[in-house]
Design a protein around this ligand. Structure first.
Ligand code: ATP
Ligand code: MG
Length: 354
């Protein structure tokens, strides 16, 4: 078990700054996720924590022990990569046993450990198979088994589910969650898949261009995004953004297309305009006329029980969500309402939440 602390950590490749001034504590036993788009530095951070790459500046501590100069082996971490790289000529049993054989443990101890891991991961029936006789999800579980038997202080996982199809990914997500509950080991997880991050993590650090945009529990990231990057990155389809003219600062009243909105803010805006955000599912949509504003339905996309709507409200394009039963079709005019409590307000210059 270990707490991981990054103190002003920076990483530069040649002269390209990939990570700068990273401060962060991953708590003992926590499931912590780095979430961000491709190239934002997620794998680099994991490699710094593992020790596969040296830091350019700053310090990394495991339980208050400075590990900057420790080799990956001495840091006692197990890394699970995106490609699970099992040994093709070995059986599942031999693959899982491999790190224990390297440690020169005796046969009986190895057998007991492998069987325990296999039972946690539901691999008991597959121990004599070779990797090529397994599905993607089963192979991924073997790779996890190989990490588990080492009983590391920390698991580092770099997009371990990205090779799996959608259904298996969801299954393995549940598996990982159960595993974390049982082992209670610190897990640092990397993904660009927000649903995975939301479902698995106790806390998420949203990363963009090597900097943490927000570090908080999933629900807080979703309901109180710290800036427009986080707001737009989390949630699918993306949050709607639109400008409004400030009528009064405290309490905030702002005008958008003639509709006066009164969103709650912590800080009064300085500029004469604000950027407002609202998630598609938060826009209230009703047929018929008379409510706050009328929007034209440009397109309807079926999602199952719900439909996504491309709406035009005067000059503003919005994405909305309606139930199939409402029977909304392209070309319709509908009423929209923007509930004040669901509005997010951002500084128009900096994009920071107000
Ligand atoms: N060894 C290296 N030398 C030079 N640049 C590198 C090296 N490794 C990574 N980079 C650069 O650092 C940036 C971050 O890379 P990193 O692999 O950490 O991104 P990532 O967030 O894991 O992306 P992905 O989601 O695509 O895996 C990228 O711009 C990449 O090109
Ligand atoms: Mg990566």
């Amino acid at each position: 078990m270990a707490e991981i602390r990054l103190e002003n950590v920076g990483k530069t490749f040649k002269d390209v700054v990939v990570i700068s001034g990273l401060d962060l504590t991953v708590r003992d036993g926590e499931f912590f996720t780095f979430l961000g788009p491709s190239g934002c530095g997620k794998s680099t951070i994991l490699n710094l924590i593992t020790g596969l790459e040296p830091v350019t500046s700053g310090n990394i501590y495991f339980d208050d022990i400075l590990v900057n100069d420790l080799s990956p082996r001495d840091r006692d971490v197990a890394m699970v990569f995106q490609s699970y790289a099992l040994y093709p000529h070995m059986t599942v049993y031999e693959n899982i046993a491999f790190p224990l054989r390297m440690k020169k443990l005796d046969r009986e101890t190895i057998r007991a450990e492998v069987e325990k891991a296999a039972s946690v991961l539901g691999l008991e029936e597959l121990l004599q198979r070779k990797p090529k006789e397994l599905s993607g999800g089963q192979r991924q579980r073997v790779a996890l088994g190989r990490a588990i038997v080492r009983k590391p202080k920390v698991f580092l996982m770099d997009e371990p589910l990205s090779n799996l199809d959608a259904r298996l990914r969801v299954e393995m997500r549940a598996e990982l969650k159960r595993l974390h509950r049982e082992l209670k080991t610190t897990i640092v997880y990397v993904t660009h898949d927000q649903a995975e991050a939301m479902g698995l993590s106790e806390r998420i650090a949203v990363l963009y261009r090597g900097e943490i945009q927000q570090c908080a529990p999933p629900l807080e990231i979703y309901t109180r995004p710290a800036n427009t990057f986080v707001a737009g990155f989390i949630g699918s389809p993306s949050m709607n953004f639109f400008e409004a003219v400030v009528l009064s600062r405290k309490p905030l009243r702002a005008d958008c297309n003639g509709m006066v909105l009164e969103p709650r803010v912590e800080k009064a805006p300085e500029a004469d305009k604000v950027l407002l955000g609202m998630r598609p599912e938060d826009i209230r949509i009703s047929a018929g006329r008379k409510a706050a504003a009328e929007a034209y339905v440009e397109m309807v996309e079926l999602e199952g029980a719900a439909v996504w709507l491309d709406l035009r409200w005067r000059e503003t394009s919005l994405k909305g969500k309606a139930s199939v039963d409402q029977g909304i079709e392209a070309g319709d005019c509908i009423n929209i309402e923007l509930p004040h409590e669901k509005l997010h307000v951002f500084d128009i210059e900096t994009g920071k939440r107000l």
